[in-house]
Design a protein around this ligand. Structure first.
Ligand SMILES: Cc1ncc(COP(=O)(O)O)c(C=O)c1O
Length: 356
């Protein structure tokens, strides 16, 4: 008998998540930390690897890393779930809280995975646009979250790709009216003065996700975490696989914590660079730049974004064309690089735009 594979319609309707990555010497397209961790870190890792019992499964709950991490954050370990990148946790939260017919609320343009994962669960995705210069539409958000059909709202603060932030007071107001859960993705929190962790004790409907991929220079290892009430954390854990955090990842995380001061210094430099790059872009003819609280800056060129993107690629500088994002035609996103990379970008942009 001929087999017939039935792929779910919700999956068929999605596209494979992809990133346009031409080879370039200067890489400013994925909001990574431009600095490699120091030599001492590399030596600690090599030493840890030589001792590793590769033949044994890792800890089922990643406790030996979860405990020092939660201590540093001042939270109970039972409120913290580890993931191979925060993407994995976003997926687990959505599969825990959404089913066909329920509603996911997002504000776009934002990280494309929210819509993708929401659709994957079969939920209805309600999309609100930003207001003015990419400010969160608080009134509309409050109304939509108060609707009993909205089982989950996912907001990104600082938001990728606009750099917009929600204030603590705004989040509090939204949590008070929300009938379901509100997840705030804090992937870029280290580059801002935001800290929503103190709200977790008061609001059992709050979920935070964070990542080591950006400020913590760990995009290659895949490590992130979610914070929520212990009850919700227990439910979300059921949607995750056992033994998913490898021995290598857990060990790398423990070692990384020793380098926190070094990383905080780099983040401080990147924030200064962001302001310096913003001033240069803001002064440039032919470009509108938007202020950002993250490690990237959104710009709108007067000429076609694709044209500018290609011109930069020819000079071996890769940025991100975000023109296909909803409500964002003709925009580009630039990750903050090292001072040398940022100088080169500014010089190249000036020569391209002056050359027209
Ligand atoms: C807003 C946001 N959340 C989450 C992620 C994914 O992070 P991770 O590497 O932890 O999966 C990204 C990556 O670009 C992001 O921009």
């Amino acid at each position: 008998m001929k087999s017939r594979i039935e792929v779910r319609q919700a999956v068929k309707d999605l596209s494979v998540y992809s990133v346009n990555q031409p080879d370039c010497l200067v890489k400013l397209n994925q909001n990574e930390n431009p600095y490699r961790l120091p030599e001492a870190f590399q030596r600690d890792m090599a030493e840890a690897c030589s001792r590793m019992e590769w033949n044994r499964y890792p800890e089922i709950d990643g406790r030996s890393f979860r405990e020092p991490l939660s201590r540093g954050l001042g939270v109970d370990p039972d409120t913290l779930i580890l993931g191979n990148g925060s993407n994995e946790l976003l997926m687990a939260v959505m599969t825990t809280l959404l089913e066909p017919g329920q509603r996911l609320l997002v504000v776009e343009p934002t990280f494309a995975l929210y819509r993708h994962l929401g659709k994957l669960t079969g939920a209805d995705v309600l999309v609100l646009p930003f207001e003015g210069m990419f400010e969160f539409p608080e009134e509309m958000l409050a109304q939509a979250l108060a609707d009993p059909r909205t089982n989950l709202g996912v907001l990104c603060s600082p938001n990728n790709p606009t750099g917009s932030v929600l204030s603590l007071e705004q989040v509090q107001r939204l949590l008070k009216v929300a009938r379901g859960a509100l997840l705030i993705d804090e992937a870029y929190v280290d580059f801002s003065s935001q800290d929503l962790v103190p709200l977790l004790k008061e609001y059992p409907n709050l979920i935070l996700t964070r990542t080591f991929s950006k400020a913590w220079a760990f995009a290659g290892i895949r490590l992130g975490y979610a914070l929520s009430s212990p009850d919700l954390a227990k439910e979300i854990t059921k949607a995750l696989l056992p033994f998913r955090m490898s021995r290598l990842t857990l060990e790398a995380g423990k070692i990384l914590l020793k380098y926190e001061a070094w990383l905080r210094d780099r983040v401080g430099e990147m924030v200064k660079e962001r302001e310096r790059l913003f001033d240069s872009l803001d002064e440039m003819e032919g470009i509108t730049a938007y202020p950002s609280q993250a490690n990237f800056i959104l710009i709108r060129p007067e000429r076609e974004a694709q044209w500018l993107f290609n011109k930069l690629v020819k000079k071996s500088i890769l940025i991100r064309d975000v023109s296909a994002y909803p409500f964002l035609d003709n925009h580009l996103r630039i990750t903050i690089g090292t001072p040398e990379e940022n100088n080169l970008l500014v010089k190249t942009l000036k020569s391209i735009l002056g050359d027209q």
